[in-house]
Design a binder for this molecule. Structure first.
Ligand code: URA
Length: 433
């Protein structure tokens, strides 16, 4: 078998066999397939797509490319939530704490930022001392004792995805349905959770820009999960505006803490409530409606916040930051973004908001770039809000003053102002079971 023939076959619209897909993934894993051929095949898949059978084969090959995690020592049901990636999406911190506060185990393997989207691991590392690379035995012990742990993807878990993820990020091949499905579900199956809730984002800030594509991606991933014997459900949630008002690592941790203390933004609280309720329901805690009440209760009585604190402490993070988020290190500089027109914000290109945050230093432009954890954006206004001429729509934060000009330009040109109020879009579109 030759990679050349596999690339050519897909380029010409052919359907790859199970063996050809295995050959590709094995070659990526052991390094015998060079990056340029792997990237070429990703691009061919991007344009010619894959059948459901090919996507399942790709998922299983990714799953089998490394170790699978042994969770047999965990006492109790494990539930996971995975987002397809968005801007301002800090839901894992909130839903993990809420769900674990009811005794359901959350043993989460999370990722770093990808393209314009943020990653949970980067956000957690904004908490001084927080260790996202604890050994597996400690991870299991923490899950048994506290019920909640979040770590990064280790080298041994789906190494093919680790390599392809980085390659796709720099070759404009992230937003491909079969590649996303295989990447996410390959990891989920390798981790082997009992129940999975997928948060499939839709809109300008997500990898799937239309509701139809998002539903199709959700359907594909749910089918893959069901075939593998998982209890799985997907929610299609809005990413046509950032989630909440904070974009950037420590700013988002602060917003997540505010939410667990009961005073988070309405949209973010609602998405977290739905996701956590579905997680609890899959874990047998009642109907989704009953579980929504449980979520509200765990926030109101402080038990979810207490769970986050326990998790942060167990992983070496500075709990003083969580107790009082005013203790987070602030960026040296801030800059107010002023609106030149009067009217309603009728559209925001959310991907561009993510890129503006990246320009401030909150993400990476190249592998290995250092992150400025205090950098980011606090929005004052979002889609649907009315703004006066000269009103402040956002504040930018960075330790690099020179980044403000570019970030401001991106943000302003991504914000469309019109005279009439736009129609309200749903926050949660539908559920794919
Ligand atoms: N998240 C993943 O884990 N993989 C993708 O390809 C996209 C988002």
């Amino acid at each position: 078998m030759r990679m050349y023939d596999i690339i050519k076959k897909k380029r010409d619209g052919g359907e790859l066999s199970t063996e050809e897909i295995r050959y590709f993934i094995n070659g990526v894993t052991d390094g015998s397939v060079p990056d340029y051929q792997a990237a070429a095949l990703c691009m061919a898949i991007y344009f010619k797509r894959m059948s459901v059978r090919e996507t399942c084969d790709l998922t299983y090959a990714v799953r089998d490319s490394g170790d699978t995690l042994d969770f047999s020592a965990v006492n109790g049901l494990r539930v996971d939530k995975h987002s397809t990636g968005g801007v301002g999406d800090k839901t894992s911190l909130v839903v993990g704490a809420v769900v674990a506060s009811f005794g359901v185990k959350v043993a989460k393997i999370s990722g770093r930022g990808l393209g314009h989207t943020g990653g949970t691991i980067d956000k957690l590392e904004a908490i001084e001392g927080f260790n996202t690379a604890i050994p597996h035995v400690d991870f299991i012990r923490q899950v048994n004792e506290i019920g909640f742990a979040i770590v990064g993807q280790s080298g041994e878990l789906t190494p093919a995805d680790k390599k392809l993820y980085a390659l796709r990020d720099v070759t404009a091949t992230v937003d491909s349905m079969p590649l996303i499905a295989a990447s996410i579900m390959g990891k989920k199956l390798a981790v082997g959770d009992d129940c999975i809730v997928l948060d499939v984002k839709t809109g300008s800030g997500s990898f799937m820009k239309t509701v139809e594509d998002s539903v199709a991606l959700a359907r594909l991933m749910v089918d893959i999960g069901k075939n593998a014997g998982k209890k799985i459900v997907a929610l299609i949630t809005d990413m046509d505006r950032p989630l909440g008002y904070a974009i950037g690592n420590s700013l988002e941790v602060i917003e997540a803490v505010d939410t667990l203390k009961g005073h988070g933004p309405e949209d973010f609280t609602e998405v977290c409530t739905y996701l956590a309720a579905h997680m609890l329901s899959l874990a047998g805690k009642g109907s989704v409606d009953d579980c929504k009440k449980l979520v509200a209760q765990s926030i109101a009585d402080g038990s979810a916040f207490e769970k986050l604190k326990q998790m942060v402490k167990a992983q070496g993070g500075d709990v003083k930051l969580i107790d009082d988020t005013a203790n987070f290190k602030k960026a040296n500089y801030s800059h107010k973004v002023i609106c030149a027109n009067r009217g309603y914000i009728c559209k925001s290109d959310t991907e561009a908001y993510g890129l503006a945050s990246l320009a401030l230093g909150a993400g990476r432009n190249a592998l290995g770039d250092k992150i400025d954890y205090s950098a980011g954006i606090i929005l004052n206004k979002k889609t649907g809000d009315f703004v006066e001429e000269g009103e402040e729509i956002a504040t930018l934060y960075s330790n690099d003053k020179s980044s403000f000009e570019r970030a401001e330009k991106i943000l302003l040109s991504a914000t469309e102002i019109k005279d009439s109020k736009p129609e309200e879009e749903p926050l949660i579109y539908c559920t794919v079971e």
